[in-house]
Structures are given as C-alpha cells and as structure tokens.
Design a protein. Structure first.
Lengths: 270, 264
C-alpha cells in the first residue's frame, strides 16, 4: 500500500459509516456493562422492581389520587406567599448580583482584590446547594418566611452574579471605547453603556430566577418554613397524601403561569 | 500658535516623535511626526497593520504612546497628563469609528447626546439629565445629517450609513476642535461612503473643524483630502498634496501599484 493510501483510511465511503456504527455498538455494550456492575454493587434488583411495579403503581394511585382540595383557602394563601417570596428573592438577588457583577467583571472591576473576593464569594455560595443553606441557616435565623427568602436570595445572587459578570465582559468593547473617547468617566460609561446593553438580558435572567425559585420553593419551604413548601411538609408529616397532590398541582400551575408571563415580558423587552 | 508661512492657518495638532511599542517588542509606530492645521482634511493611507489605527488612538491616548512621544493639541502638550485633564482634552476631540461604536440598544438621539458626557457631572451624565440646549442641538444635528425621522430609532435598527451619521453627530455635538476618523467608510457600500465623505468635507470646510481620517481607499483619499499622509511599516513615508501622490509613491506605501490594488 502506498503512503497516501494508509493516511486515507476510508477508501470506500460506506466503510466510514460501518466503522462508526461498530463504535456506537461497542459504546452501548460498555454502558450496559457499567450499569450492570454498578447496579450489582448497590444491590439494585431490576427483576424485583418489575415484579412489584404494578403493586407500587396501585399504592401510588391509592395514596395520591384523587387530589383533595379540602384546604383550598390555605393552599391559595400559601401559594400567594410563595410567589411573593420568590419575586422578592428574585429581585433582591438580581440587584445584588448586578452590583457584584460590576465588581467581578474584568471590564468594569478595576480593583483586583475586590474582583477576586467577589468571585470567590459567589462561587462558594453557588456550590453549596440551597437545601444545605436552609439546614445550616436554620440555626441562626429560625424557621419561617424570612429564612426561605434568605435562602432563595442566596441562590439567585450567586447564580446571577456569575452570569452577569460574563455578560458584562461580553458587551461590545467598541461601544465602550467610543464613550471613553468623548471623555465620559467610569460611572457614566457604566450607566450609559454597560447598563443599557445588558439590561434586557438581565431582566430576562431575573425572570428565570423567579421561576427557579418557585420550583425550589417546595423543598426550601419544607426545610426552612414558609409558603407552599411548608404546607407540603405538613401534609407529608401527617400522611395527607391526597392534599399533598393538590399542593403539587398548585406549584405546577404556578410555574406554568409565571412561565407564560415571563414569555410575554421577554417578548416586549428583548 | 500660528504657522509662520503665507498660510495663516492655525495649527491644531502637532505630533512629534510618536512611537508605540507593544509588549513583545512589536513596534506599531516609529518616530511619527506631522502637523494638522485648521480647515484641513488629512487622510492617512497605508496597508493593514501599517499603524494607522494606533496612530489615531495615540493622539487622544486611547492607547498610551511610548515615553518621549509628544502630542500637542491646541498648543498644549497632552502626553503624560493626568486622567482628569485627559478627559478634559478628550471632550474636545471627536472620534468616528469603522464599526460606528454606538450603544445599539439606545436611540439615535441618546447616542448623539453621549457626545456631551464629558461636559456633565457624573450623576447628571449617568442618569441622562441632559440640558435642553444639548437636546435641541442633538436634534438639529440629526436633522442636518438627514436623520430627521430616525431620532427615536434604536441604533440596532439603523443601516450602516445611518449608524455612521449618528456617529458623526455624536462627534459634532462635542464641539470638537478636531475629529479623528478611524476608517469611517470601510464597512459601508460605495453610495453610503460617498455621503459620509461629503459630510466630512462639509464639516471641515463649513464648520471649520479639521479631520484626520484613516482610509483604505486611495481614490477616496485623493478625491477628498487636502493632504495625504502615507504610512508603511509603522513609519510615515509620504506627507503631501494629493497631486503629489504618484504611482511610485503608492508602490512605496503599499508595495504595489495603484492599479494592482483591488478596489483602490
């Protein structure tokens, strides 16, 4: 075989696909083997699950269906509190995140130590899960709406701060150069250049934060107290599973409604 | 400062021994010296990487030139002055860019008013508390540049030529003593380019604001300039009237004859 023939591996185009297919089969087999080994290691019995699956389904339906809207007044009130908490946490967190992002970004953060401290802080806050914050802060702030608010604010802040600082770094440097060239100072460039260019996207992300907050409010409310999550916790505790289903339905409807609202808002600002 | 000769033009800008060395010993400018007088439209031509952009940005110190470089603006040396004074100088120097460099989410009117930021306090500038005089002036300039019905358009929705005219209005509202133009027509089609160059000519002759223009198009430079500066390899190799720009000199600047340069 000549030199160039060795280099050109696929003389026949369909052999390229043949080899690709073989590679896929090997990967699939490997994944199955790994799944089997790990399942054996933790004593996960697939056959037992299939055997008892119908029993589990029947039990599930028995416990959770139909949903019981007996406490509808409580549910509505708790959902209202949840939404208010989520919006408040979303806005406060977003504001703080924007301020921190200005200090964190390479474009606007002129003080290097501050940049490093803020970056470390937001990374730390972000990498501790919200449920852990709820458990840890419970000792200091006690059970209730404020703790839930605090935990969600931490979540929104830490996530958005990182996001916004990347966003500020990506603003068009050319546009900022022009403001610099007319003799505008730092805060003028921030408010006339960076804020207008990043504001719509920031608002969009803050809406997303509120959505995430509503989603996580179930667990956070259960751990920290307050809102619909708290109610879910109580239902679970007293084994009122049909009422728990009703609460979950409320959360899902809440998320869907807010999602539609944010779609409309985004359409108008972006 | 008066020019001593027959022409009683005022000397607005004087550049002496301007050098710029980037890290890694790349020399972008080598001892560049020239003058710019009142009522002059001076073009700087040269191949990409000759140092045209660096030269322009070294004048208002968007790029810090090397030590020993001297730039005199309106009779005063502006190299090595502090940040506050530099901002004071910059508000008198208009600048127009190849990529327009507008804030695209804001309207044409707001972008024009950005030209006044140097004259405002931090708070007033940051919160857009512009004075009525300035707002009317901005409107007047937009009308003058043929953007009467585009005042409240977001700049993202304007065409290239319109964006560049907003850029010109932003420079003009500064009441500049000089306008630096960094390849103002390189992103535009021929018709829009012509409009922009006509506006620059008007600015120089009627508004009496001298312009220093980086250009890629030799024929445009010949048509509109009062003087042409040719740069090659970070140095000025030609400084004279457009009629003196012979084929030999073009070859010296570009390393090729004019008819060999595509779309020159």
């Amino acid at each position: 075989m000549k030199f160039w023939q060795v280099k050109n591996k696929y003389e026949e185009p369909n052999s390229f696909f043949k080899e690709k297919r073989i590679r896929s089969y090997i990967s699939l087999v490997l994944i199955l083997i790994i799944s089997y080994i790990t399942a054996r290691l933790i004593g996960f019995d697939l056959i037992l699950i299939f055997k008892n699956f119908s029993k589990a389904v029947i039990r599930f339906l028995d416990l959770y269906i139909p949903p019981n809207f007996l406490d509808i007044k409580d549910l509505i009130e708790a959902m209202w509190v949840t939404i208010i908490l989520c919006i408040t946490a979303g806005t406060i967190g977003t504001f703080l995140a924007y301020a921190a992002a200005l200090g964190m970004s390479k474009t606007t953060g002129k003080i290097k130590p501050l940049r490093i401290v803020l970056r470390a802080l937001s990374t730390f806050l972000r990498n501790v899960p919200a449920s852990i914050w709820a458990i840890v802060l419970l000792m200091a702030f006690w059970f209730g709406e404020f703790l839930a608010l605090l935990v969600m604010t931490i979540g929104t802040f830490s996530f958005n701060a990182r996001l916004f600082s990347d966003m500020i770094d990506e603003t068009n440097k050319h546009s900022l150069e022009a403001l610099d060239s007319v003799g505008a100072n730092y805060w003028q460039i921030v408010f006339q250049g960076i804020v207008p260019e990043t504001l719509p996207t920031s608002i969009s992300w803050s809406l997303f934060s509120v959505e995430t907050n509503i989603r996580s409010s179930t667990i956070i409310g259960m751990l920290a107290g307050g809102g619909i999550g708290h109610l879910i916790g109580i239902y679970r505790h007293f084994r009122k599973f049909d009422q728990l289903t009703a609460a979950v339905i409320f959360v899902v409807v809440g998320i869907l409604a807010f999602d539609q609202l944010s779609v409309q808002i985004r359409k108008r600002i972006l | 400062m008066k020019d001593g000769g027959l022409l009683m033009f005022k000397e607005v800008l004087k550049v002496e021994n301007l050098s710029k060395t980037y890290s890694g010993n790349t020399r972008a400018l080598k001892n560049v010296s020239f003058k710019l007088n009142d009522e002059e439209l001076v073009s700087i031509i040269g191949p990409s990487g000759a140092g045209k952009s660096t030269l322009l940005r070294s004048i208002n110190q968007m790029i810090d030139p090397d030590k020993g470089s001297k730039v005199y603006f309106d009779g005063n040396e502006i190299t090595g002055i502090n940040k506050k004074k530099l901002r004071d100088v910059r508000k008198h120097i208009g600048m127009i860019f190849q990529h327009y460099n507008l804030i695209y989410r804001l309207t044409a009117l707001e972008n024009v008013l950005h030209g006044r930021l140097g004259y405002y306090s931090t708070i007033k500038g940051a919160l857009s508390l512009y004075e009525n005089n300035d707002i009317y002036k901005a409107v007047e300039l937009l009308d003058l540049l043929g953007l009467k019905d585009r005042k409240y358009f977001k700049c993202a929705n304007l065409s290239g030529g319109q964006k560049q005219r907003v850029g010109i209005a932003r420079a003009l509202i500064q009441n500049p003593k000089i306008i630096l133009c960094d390849e103002p027509i390189s992103s535009l089609d021929p018709q829009a380019s012509k409009v922009i160059m006509e506006h620059l000519k008007y600015i120089v002759k009627e508004m009496k604001i001298p312009c220093l223009v980086n250009l890629h198009q030799v024929d445009v430079a010949k048509t509109y300039s009062d003087r042409i500066i040719g740069m090659s390899n970070s140095e000025i190799v030609f400084d004279g009237h457009p009629s003196q720009l012979t084929n030999d000199i073009i070859e010296l600047i570009y390393g090729a004859k004019e008819d060999e340069i595509l779309a020159s």
